[in-house]
Write a protein that binds this ligand. Structure first.
Ligand code: FES
Length: 167
């Protein structure tokens, strides 16, 4: 849905940024006196907001009375957190040894070409985020990739467009 979001109101009923910040502020209030809860607050905040841009990191750091460097450090350290908007679907191409030698890199190259993005980026229409993984547990049927929770085995670059067309 294409939504022209106004700061405190949204034309299509989706939650506005301001409403998301209000919810995150409530989460911070609930957690800020609990020791070691910063990661949990970041996790919930990302679930609400979709990703963790710098301004939201600053908001959380202030609310949790924690240095911004600590917030940024946790985000940088974990693969789970993202500072960029995420696509509706996450593509993970396996670059583990078995998949790499059987053409995993060619899948990455073709996907980068089809989606006009690099690994770690999200397509302009916010439909796909492209990532690589180390092993998806399907080494005998390499090369493998996942889209969200669905595993695709023995993928060839020529199958990619047909696979993406399902989404
Ligand atoms: S190396 Fe790719 S599935 Fe294991």
């Amino acid at each position: 849905m294409n939504c022209e979001a106004i700061k405190d109101q949204c034309c299509c009923g989706e939650e506005s940024d301001q409403q998301k910040y209000i919810r995150i502020a409530e989460i911070i209030d609930n957690y800020k006196n609990r020791e070691g809860s910063l990661t949990q607050v970041l996790y919930i905040s990302q679930t609400i907001y979709g990703y963790l841009p710098l301004e939201l990191q600053i908001f959380i750091a202030k609310g949790m009375d924690t240095p911004l460097a600590e917030v940024s450090g946790i985000i940088t350290f974990s693969n789970f957190f993202s500072t960029q908007p995420r696509g509706n679907h996450t593509i993970k191409v396996c670059m583990g040894t078995a998949c790499y030698v059987r053409g995993g890199k060619k899948l990455v190259d073709r996907l980068e070409n089809i989606l006009s993005i690099q690994v770690g980026e999200t397509s302009e229409d916010r439909k796909y985020s492209l990532e690589v993984a180390q092993c998806l547990g399907a080494c005998g049927l390499a090369p493998a990739m996942m889209i969200d929770e669905v595993l695709y085995k023995q993928v060839s670059p020529d199958r990619l467009k047909a696979i993406l067309a399902k989404y």
